[in-house]
Write a new protein. Sequence first.
Length: 126
Amino acid sequence: MQAIKSKSKLEDLVTKALWKRGIRFRKNVKELFGKPDIAIKKYKVVVFIDSCFWHVCPIHGNLPKSNETYWGKKLEGNQKRDMEVTKYYIENGWRILRIWEHEIKEDINSVLDKIVGTIQAARKLS
């Protein structure tokens, strides 16, 4: 996934909506492990917005029919990296949210409420 350098439309949708709600954050923070899509270092909160294809959603993730060996290894590597990143943040006392693409498409307001709630809970503890 290192070749994918641009932000996604889903990230734009979520970040613009959070900004409208008054939530301030940094996007695609390179110095943080795994380069989170959204980060609030002060409160140790990171958010990853995972596409159903690239991160192998259990509901919508499908292996392409052509070149199955390549895609199988590639997507398995993505899953392994996601698990390592999640483990890192949990072990280091961060709050981590992984949001699936389909969650945003189905009910973005619930996703935003979940993110805002996590940030508010972290603020109370700091």
